[in-house]
Design a protein around this ligand. Structure first.
Ligand SMILES: *Cc1c(COP(=O)(O)O)cnc(C)c1O
Length: 336
């Protein structure tokens, strides 16, 4: 396996901690809940994109590129961490963000600006095209752009989550903990593809369960094929073979609510409960939806007393500040 020979640019300190959430487990009255703290990756307020960016930036530097270009929503954690990584690696950064330039930047958008990224605003429907237009323009100006897909989810970036599974395997062995399931937020799929491939590689016996944040399972383009595609590209990048099929990807799409980045009671309750039990913060868009989903699955008896679940915290707490009008209002969900 080429894991330790692929170009990698170190962006944070690893391993991230694994915590036992004693009070939060008690509150939910179900399985023992552990948490893998990828909210604590030590670059630019943390999150899962850091692990992917180590390998993406590694490749960009290896290819002699001088500018990172990527895309996402106004509150994209991926874009914020790309901006932070670019600065550290001595690269320029251009971000294509769908949405209108707000009067006052908050949350991740504020951080994009502090990290010095150049921002291009566009409509959601034009985003993918704009990403390549911006890269073309830079190229014509004599720059050497490196385009990172939305969420950093390709065979290069997902290597970071195969590596993360190897890291977790060593921690769990030492702790003598065997989770029945690993639960986390899934959106562009690179995290789940890497973890599932990593589970195959390390012989992890439990379920690897993504809670979908925005992808619908049914329809003409169901999501698991994309997960399989990324996992296969990742295996190829690592020079290993994989026997994964679509059936090996567990994705729960029951918690989509009113859509992407529209948090409601499920998310707000999860944020409040975890913050008050453990002093740990979730983000309203991704991790609070996934944790709200896990809490509901416990209530439904899908995960029970006597079992062990590991929640993989993928970050996103800077999103909180973009929802301050809901979270902090007089009639908000945080009274009492
Ligand atoms: C991007 C992101 C995810 C989803 O990861 P994917 O690899 O895109 O599926 C989950 N949580 C947070 C906080 C994120 O920023």
């Amino acid at each position: 396996m080429k894991l330790y020979r692929l170009p990698r640019y170190v962006l944070a300190e690893f391993p991230t901690p694994v915590d036992f959430l004693e009070s939060f487990s008690k509150l939910n009255n179900g399985p023992k809940i552990y948490m893998k703290r990828d909210d604590l990756t030590s670059l630019g307020m943390g999150g899962n994109k850091t692990r992917k960016l180590e390998f993406l930036v590694g490749e960009a530097l290896d290819q002699g590129k001088d500018t990172l270009v990527t895309a996402g929503g106004l509150q994209s954690n991926h874009c914020r961490l790309t901006a932070a990584a670019a600065g550290k690696a001595g690269l320029d950064c251009h971000l294509v963000l769908n949405g209108n330039c707000p009067e006052t930047a908050s949350g991740n958008l504020l951080l994009d600006k502090i990290f010095g990224a150049q921002i291009h605003y566009c409509d959601r429907k034009d985003r993918d095209q704009r990403l390549y237009q911006v890269a073309d323009t830079l190229q014509n100006q004599g720059k050497r752009p490196y385009v990172i897909p939305v969420g950093g989810s390709n065979g290069v970036g997902s290597v970071g989550y195969v590596n993360a599974m190897v890291e977790l395997h060593a921690q769990l062995t030492q702790m003598k903990v065997q989770p029945d399931a690993i639960v986390f937020a899934t959106s562009s799929g690179g995290t789940q593809a890497g973890l599932t491939l990593g589970a195959e590689l390390t012989g992890f016996k439990g379920q690897v369960l993504g809670i979908s944040i925005d992808q619908v399972k049914t329809g003409k383009n169901p999501f698991p094929p994309v997960l399989l595609e990324i996992a296969r590209a990742t295996a190829q990048r690592l020079g290993i073979s994989t026997e994964l099929t679509e059936q090996d990807f567990s994705l729960n799409c029951d918690y989509l609510g009113a859509g992407y980045a529209v948090p409601a009671d499920l998310e707000f309750n999860a944020i409040r409960d975890l913050a008050r039990c453990e002093g740990i913060l979730l983000g309203p868009v991704y991790t609070a939806r996934a944790m709200g989903g896990l809490m509901d699955l416990i209530q439904q008896g899908v995960f029970k007393k006597g079992q062990t679940v590991l929640f993989w915290h993928t970050g996103g707490s800077p999103e909180l500040f973009a929802w301050s009008s809901q979270l902090g209002s007089q009639s908000g969900s945080f009274e009492g």
